[in-house]
Each structure stands twice: as structure tokens, then as C-alpha cells.
Design a binder for this molecule. Structure first.
Ligand code: PEP
Length: 252
């Protein structure tokens, strides 16, 4: 059985105290509920990671970063490396979020470099892929996602790809209130799994976790997560509200 995951991407939200309060209550909730077997991850801004991990030390919830540098160390003012993230106790890092691709011009080559560094530092990678609206409308979405995966991930060895979670996030659905239909999500997740199978074989393909992201909320989560190739979600806006995030995790 592959792992089910719900990860909250806080983006550039939450000052320290409110972030820690949110983490405390989410962690308490899931630590007291062993029946929830889905892995729950919070991805706060870098600056909160060490404090968040102090709270999560004995709990059930894990933490991840939203990005990492494309170099291991050195004179890169303002950057945060994968080993630094690991040293806070974080277990995951999101790489290739569409906001990084769009606003910071991160291309597949850079994302591949970051992925290799993150895995080398002992982190697990949540690798995002997904098409923009025009690519969906022109029918190019399979091709776009295939290129993102081939260039971003498929240089990895089989023992490396097993530490990667893929998040399919149609860009037109992120923060817009538009959601892919459960059928659209399933179609793409099945396609992604077939690409993994072609490259790494059926055992790895069957075991890799593929998340859906894009305006997921308590009212639509259960239907999307009911699809056979959807193994959970990467959640933006709704991860900032305790009740919504918990309801989404419980929908898995
Ligand atoms: C995201 O940023 O990864 C995301 C899915 O955002 P939202 O849920 O707000 O659409």
C-alpha cells in the first residue's frame, strides 16, 4: 500500500506566534488520533522551521521547507541550503512549485539540481508539476507534465526516486478557486504513474505517492481523493485554517 499524504504549503503567510499556535493545535489533534494513518506535513516559511520542529519532535506531524537553494553552501546571500533544512529536523522539501517556476524563473534544470541536492542531504522531495491554463486549453498538458518530469526527475536513480513524492498541481487551479474535476485529476495521475512505470518499472510506480494540489478544500477533497491514483493533497490556502486542514486530512 502506498503512503497517503496531506501536506500544507503555508507559502509566505503566518508570523512566528500564529504559525506555532497552528502547528501546536494540528500536532495535538493528530497525535491524539492514531486512527488517522495518513502522513501529515506542514511546510512553513524557512524562518519558522527550527521552532516548528521543536514542537513536532514528539508528535505525529512532519515538517518540510517550501524550497531550497540550488547550491550546497557558500557565498549565496539570502539562500537556504538543503543540509540547513535537514539540520532543523525537517524531513521534506517542496521543489518546483509553480510560484517558484513563474516568479523566480526556476526551470527544469535548476529543479533537477535542487532535487539531487535535497535527496543527497537526506530530505524527501515533494516535486511539483502541472500545466498553465493555455496549455490545458490547447490540449498540451500531458506533454508539459511529461517534460517537467523527464527533465526534473528522470535523471534520478531508482533508489533516489523512492524518496520523491509527486504533486500534480494544475497552475490554473492554484489559489484561483477553480479545481480540476476528480476525473481530470485521475487522468493526469494515471498518466504520471504510467511515465514512472515506463522509466522505473511497475513496483516503483505502484508505490510512489502522487498528490493533487489546486484549490482543495473540505467540500471537494473527499471526491478528488477517492480516485485510485490520487494519494492525498498539497494544500495551500486551506492549510492556514486548522479546521479546514484537519477536515481535508480526514477526507483521505
Ligand atoms: C499550492 O500552492 O500548492 C496550492 C495547492 O494552493 P491552493 O490550495 O491555495 O490552491
Amino acid at each position: 500500500m502506498r503512503k497517503k499524504i496531506v501536506a500544507g504549503n503555508w507559502k509566505m503567510n503566518m508570523e512566528l506566534e500564529e504559525g506555532l499556535n497552528l502547528v501546536k493545535s494540528i500536532n495535538q489533534y493528530f497525535t491524539d488520533k492514531p486512527s488517522v494513518r495518513c502522513e501529515v506535513i506542514v511546510c512553513p516559511p524557512y524562518i519558522h522551521l527550527a521552532s516548528v520542529n521543536q514542537i513536532l519532535k514528539n508528535g505525529k506531524v512532519r515538517a518540510g521547507a517550501q524550497n531550497c537553494a540550488s547550491e550546497k553552501s557558500g557565498a549565496y546571500t539570502g539562500e537556504v541550503s538543503a543540509p540547513m533544512i535537514k539540520s532543523t529536523g525537517a524531513e521534506y522539501v517542496i521543489i518546483g512549485h509553480s510560484e517558484r517556476r513563474t516568479y523566480y524563473n526556476e526551470d527544469n534544470r535548476i529543479l533537477n539540481k535542487k532535487t539531487i541536492l535535497a535527496l543527497g542531504a537526506g530530505l524527501k522531495v515533494i516535486f511539483c508539476c502541472g500545466e498553465v491554463k493555455e496549455e490545458r486549453e490547447s490540449g498540451k498538458y500531458f506533454e508539459v507534465v511529461r517534460t517537467q518530469l523527464e527533465e526534473g526527475l528522470f535523471t534520478l536513480k531508482p533508489e533516489e526516486i523512492t524518496n520523491v513524492v509527486i504533486a500534480y498541481e494544475p497552475v490554473w487551479a492554484i489559489g484561483t478557486g477553480l479545481t480540476a474535476t476528480p476525473e481530470q485529476a485521475q487522468e493526469m495521475h494515471e498518466y504520471i504513474r504510467s511515465l514512472i512505470k515506463g522509466k522505473y518499472g511497475s513496483v516503483i510506480a505502484e508505490n510512489i505517492t502522487i498528490l493533487y494540489g489546486g484549490s482543495c478544500k473540505p467540500s471537494n477533497a473527499a471526491e478528488i481523493f477517492s480516485k485510485p491514483d490520487v494519494d492525498g493533497g498539497l494544500i495551500g490556502g486551506a492549510s492556514l485554517k486548522k479546521e479546514d486542514f484537519i477536515a481535508i486530512v480526514e477526507a483521505v
